[in-house]
Design a protein around this ligand. Structure first.
Ligand SMILES: Nc1ncnc2c1ncn2[C@@H]1O[C@H](COP(=O)(O)OP(=O)(O)O)[C@@H](O)[C@H]1O
Ligand SMILES: N[C@@H](CCC(=O)OP(=O)(O)O)C(=O)O
Length: 264
């Protein structure tokens, strides 16, 4: 399949969009909107895959703890999704950009007709210079939240699925860490950043531990699975730090920042 050389998918995790107290990190939202708007002004087509609905909803509902039941998680996601779209609309609006919301479930990708509709919608939005903001439709689906048989797994996987569906040239996964290290730096402070990988095999999976913050899910393992799916379709995948979205300027020009998984 041919890839669109100017089309980029960026995924941002909960840990980048919320602070230690679980509240929305407004500076992160603003910085991200600024860089992505600027990148679009430079001629790139931008698709944003954003997590954060459950965490932001949990905060808005003033729940004392992260909800443990499925129904409360889904309710929190329904509330939080509104809030994050409101914030994106506000910040992207400041940079004169229009955004659109696309909420997906696994079956939307599995059925050929739905898949085609979805691709047409993405293409129409991008042609009009609109920035689609994608999340899993958590309120009607549980694949993301806790199913054992998961296609998306979490939003890392969803971002790879979207990158493949849209024929993006690059998938950029923004995390709360600079990239993949040779061990989890939270446990091993001397761990070294790996700047480039041609192959994702079992030895690489062995380096990946679980999520770093209470707010993130999946940790590096799900990012490796996403990179594996995307690179198999020729899509370069980069993990980099969401607190410094300015590195996206380098990444789109092919300059390394974080960890690059080379597309095959
Ligand atoms: N080998 C590794 N290299 C880098 N980070 C790792 C590694 N193993 C585990 N991690 C953890 O993965 C975390 C990032 O994943 P996660 O918490 O799910 O964040 P996000 O919300 O950005 O998706 C890091 O903060 C880190 O603690
Ligand atoms: N759809 C969920 C995403 C959960 C998820 O994958 O979170 P993260 O590991 O921070 O990307 C939400 O919006 O809360």
């Amino acid at each position: 399949m041919g890839l669109y050389q100017n089309r980029i998918v960026i995924k941002v995790g909960t840990s980048t969009l919320t602070n230690e107290m679980g509240k929305s990190d407004l500076r992160s939202f603003d910085r991200l909107a600024c860089v992505l708007s600027d990148i679009q002004n430079m001629g790139y087509e931008v698709i944003l895959v954003s997590s954060g609905a459950i965490a932001v909803g949990t905060n808005k509902l003033k729940m004392k703890e992260h909800p443990s039941s499925m129904r409360m998680k889904q309710a929190a996601a329904a509330v939080g999704q509104c809030s994050i779209m409101h914030l994106y609309d506000k910040f992207f609006g400041d940079y004169d950009k229009t955004i659109a919301q696309i909420l997906l479930n696994a079956e939307d990708i599995e059925q050929e007709e739905k898949k085609e509709n979805l691709t047409n919608t993405f293409n129409a939005l991008l042609e009009m210079g609109i920035i689609p903001v994608v999340n899993e439709n958590d309120s009607v689906s549980y694949t993301e939240i806790e199913s054992a048989e998961r296609l998306f797994g979490d939003n890392d996987m969803l971002s790879a699925v979207v990158a493949v569906l849209c024929g993006a040239k690059q998938l950029i996964i923004l995390s709360d860490i600079n990239g993949l290290y040779d061990a989890d730096p939270r446990l091993y402070p001397n761990a070294k950043l790996i700047s480039r990988l041609e192959q994702i095999d079992e030895t690489v999976y062995c380096l990946a531990g679980s999520a770093g913050s209470r707010r993130g899910t999946g940790g590096m393992r799900t990012k490796l699975q996403a990179a594996s799916l995307a690179t198999a379709q020729g899509i370069d995948t980069i993990i980099t730090n969401g607190k410094r979205p300015q590195s996206i300027y380098d990444i789109v020009k092919g300059v390394n920042a974080g960890t690059l998984f080379v597309g095959k």
